[in-house]
Design a binder for this molecule. Sequence first.
Ligand code: FEO
Length: 407
Amino acid sequence: MKEIANNIYWVGKVDDRKVPFHRLILEKGTSYNAYLIKDKKTALIDTVDMLFGKEFTDAMAEQMDLMTLDYIVINHTEPDHSGALGSLARKALNAKILCTAPAVYELMEMYKLGKERFQVVTHGEELSLGERTLVFYETPFLHTEETMVTYLKEEEILFTCDIFSTHVADSAHLRISELPEDFSILEDYDTYYQLIMDPHRRYVLPMIDVVKPLPLKIIAPSHGYVLDKDLDTYLSVYESHALESKKEISALILYNTMSGNTKKMARMLENELVKEGIKVENINTEKADLEEIYGKIQKADGVLFGTSTKYADIPGNLEVILKELKDLEVEGKPAAAFGSYGWSGEAVEVVEDYLKAAGLRTLRSSDIIKSTGMSDIEFPLRVRFNPENSEKEIKKAAAVFVDVLRY
Ligand code: FEO
């Protein structure tokens, strides 16, 4: 336990392995920072990686009677932070698990916990611990949909889980104020942003809008260093990257084609997007390097996937790419399916199933009707034979996609 403020303790785990993480190897290791707040009520903020779950629970049991733990706050469900919840909740039987609504089902399934253990918190909700107050703010998709941050109002400490983190294992220093004067973490901090947050950049500015007005003395993330000085500098790294990415909106069009009609659709969509000032890359996947494609999908603000239909299925290698989507950190990214067909056009629907399964923000007719009142736009965009006969529909679909990219 290390005290970071009055009766607030770091109780995490430093992991100095080369850590395999989201298709990366974290060469400098990382840490899983959890925090214990002692007040009239006791609250734990996040836990540690699943690999260290039992070790964490045993260490906590040595420090306190776990039956006196009142709350376990889960800001983010990924197992590098919620990993000790299963073992801990079975020993801290009086503790309520505080999380957002979408997190409940995930945590129930992951750790086989009953619904009665959970207490859903909503954006801006406050919870008194006695002398001090927790306030919860939803920050979706940073890093996954159910994510929130927790603010300890009287101490002006913000517990941000993945946000404002750094992947560095440093057992000797916890706060940046403990580091030598000439040592900067900015390069590692920026690398973390690029790797983990940039794919979700459209959600960064809404998060900054929530965080910036809060009086802040400490930002306590769940990887790497606790930020206890120069907070404006660290906030501005996120803000400036997110603002920069808004200046130029990019779309990626990936397609296969049998007779040339889906390629023609891809060109027509490209032309419409370019007219609206969107930067477009239009790629026939058969001729592309798949690893490069994965990088481009992550970078683009939105992706259109086009396919023709062969024997009721997706021809070529597009399906290989679609299967990879769930590992590419693209949840919430706008996407839509399109394609030309001759008989039934099932492949376009299959593409959409993949997009939905990977958590992309898939454009669907029902959503467009609800959000715009426009009922004559069909997504996924299916065109029979030559798309030149469907120019009006393609233009309208492109316009909706532009609106979603800009929103
Ligand atoms: Fe550090 Fe999204 O987990």
